[in-house]
Design a protein around this ligand. Structure first.
Ligand code: KIV
Length: 261
């Protein structure tokens, strides 16, 4: 998958599959699948570093994880999240932040929100940096939104979302993540746009879907939003595997002859 395939997939109504990825080993496994693209999301701050929200993700953190993923991802298309406030400074600082993510191995960057981002998005695309937008529930705005809440439930906020997605398309975004909005509104937003939408908690009518890797593997322990489907019980399998290892140690079944020098 490369940048051109995003619009191609929308044109042919072929769904886009995206998953978050934060580390080299997972990237190597994902590289052996047919997943379309990998998002090094700022959710890394929560999933890999145990923070309560994404506001603590830093550019250094994002670059380290993008670099690790890019070493394992083969030819997968990698999108790197711009962390909180890193694109709300001077144009020069903003461009430097995006440049560092690209030089760490991203093929595109993602940033949250529309208002006030259009000029920067235009500047990046004119500088060779593809931009994925992100609307709806934008976790970096949790202190403005009053927490992790479904967006677009009133006429006013649905209308604002419609305006915003068009602004982002016009500014040059090649695709948009739509997070936590009613399924019918996500369908309307998708129909308004010529660029593809990738939904998370946005129903089945978006042009693609994204989930956090650890959620879909069933590894996440406490935070389980309604839209998450665990496709495996990774948590139980992980624990059982470790218990099997411990038991083998106690039963003196491990290590065996073939494991010894
Ligand atoms: O950081 C992230 O994982 C994301 C997805 C939830 C879209 O932005």
């Amino acid at each position: 998958m490369n940048i051109l395939d995003f619009s191609q997939k929308k044109a042919t109504q072929s769904k886009i599959s995206m998953v978050t990825c934060y580390d080299y080993t997972s990237a190597r496994i994902l590289a052996q699948t047919s997943i379309d693209c990998l998002l090094v999301g700022d959710s890394v701050a929560m999933i890999m570093h145990g923070h309560a929200n994404t506001l603590t993700a830093t550019l250094e953190m994002m670059c380290d994880h993008v670099a690790a993923v890019s070493r394992g991802a083969g030819d997968k298309f990698i999108i790197g999240d711009m962390p909180f406030a890193s694109y709300r400074k001077s144009l020069s600082d903003n461009v430097t932040a995006a440049q560092r993510l690209m030089q760490a191995g991203a093929h595109a960057i993602k940033l949250e929100g529309a208002a006030g981002n259009q000029d920067f998005i235009r500047h990046l695309t004119e500088s060779g940096i593809p931009v994925m937008g992100h609307v709806g529930l934008t976790p970096q705005f949790m202190n403005i939104l009053g927490g992790f809440k479904v967006q677009g439930k009133t006429h006013t906020s649905a209308d604002r979302l419609k305006e915003n997605v068009l602004l982002l398309q016009e500014a040059g975004c090649f695709a948009l993540v739509i997070e936590a909005v009613p399924a019918l509104l996500a369908q309307e937003l998708t129909a308004l746009l010529t660029i593809p939408t990738i939904g998370i908690g946005a129903g089945p009518h978006t042009d693609g879907q994204v989930l956090v890797l650890h959620d879909l593997l069933g590894l996440t322990l406490d935070f389980k939003p309604k839209f998450v489907k665990a496709f495996a019980d990774g948590h139980t399998q992980f624990k059982n595997t470790i218990e099997a290892y411990i038991k083998a140690i106690h039963l003196r079944e491990f290590p065996q002859h073939e494991h010894c020098y």
